[in-house]
Design a protein around this ligand. Structure first.
Ligand code: AMP
Length: 193
């Protein structure tokens, strides 16, 4: 399984967030799952990537040239895909991932999370989206979601778009019960073309 992780690029966070990012990286690598992420070396992004590799896992970073030019790319990634645009980067991240886990983060993280929720709502994909609500970090956002449901800005059935768990371990345990669907026949065929 390839796990896409959205999380903070900030280097100024409380250590408990870093510890959680490391726990996620360690747990997924031990399960043999690979990391697909934004390719940054900074903040929780760097912490997850380093931890995955330290525990024997494979890291795929997908980063736009502009961010790489600012020397904040994780050059030690097992595969570093450099894209021309941010849009292309996001498309590749989506394509490569079987499931999405969101750790605490800022505007970039929220944007990525909400885009994947929106695309799932519109049936562009059906990948699990897990929000790790560490120490209630996402409570204000979840309250906003509740208002969206309560005032019928979206339908109650879209509660299934995301799952909230308290810790990285709970996210991993949840995904233990998930088997990604097989790739479409034509995708498999093209690998051998
Ligand atoms: P933020 O939550 O605002 O810190 O943004 C983090 C998210 O935006 C990550 O999940 C990345 O995909 C993307 N991002 C932000 N900064 C970088 C960076 N330096 N390198 C690569 N991706 C980044």
């Amino acid at each position: 399984m390839q796990l896409c992780v959205y999380c903070s690029s900030s280097n100024h966070l409380h250590q408990r967030y870093v510890v959680a990012a490391q726990a996620l990286g360690a747990g997924m690598a031990r399960r043999g799952w690979g990391l697909v992420y934004g390719g940054g070396s900074v903040g929780l992004m760097g912490a997850v990537a380093l931890s995955v590799q330290a525990h024997g896992g494979r890291v795929v970073g997908i980063i736009p040239q502009a961010l790489l030019d600012r020397e904040i790319g994780f050059l030690e990634a097992d595969e570093l895909i450099v894209t021309t645009t941010m849009r292309e980067r996001k498309r590749l991240m989506d394509e490569r991932a079987d499931a999405i886990v969101t750790l605490p983060g800022g505007f970039g993280t929220l944007e990525e999370l909400l885009e994947m929720m929106t695309l799932r709502q519109l049936a562009y994909h059906d990948k699990p989206i897990i929000i790790v609500n560490l120490d209630g970090f996402f409570d204000p956002l979840l309250a906003m979601f509740e208002r969206i449901f309560a005032e019928r800005f979206t339908d109650q059935r879209y509660r299934r778009l995301f799952t909230v768990v308290p810790t990285p371990d709970a996210a991993l345990a949840l995904l233990d019960g998930f088997t990604p669907p097989a790739p479409p026949a034509d995708a498999t065929a093209s690998e051998f073309a």
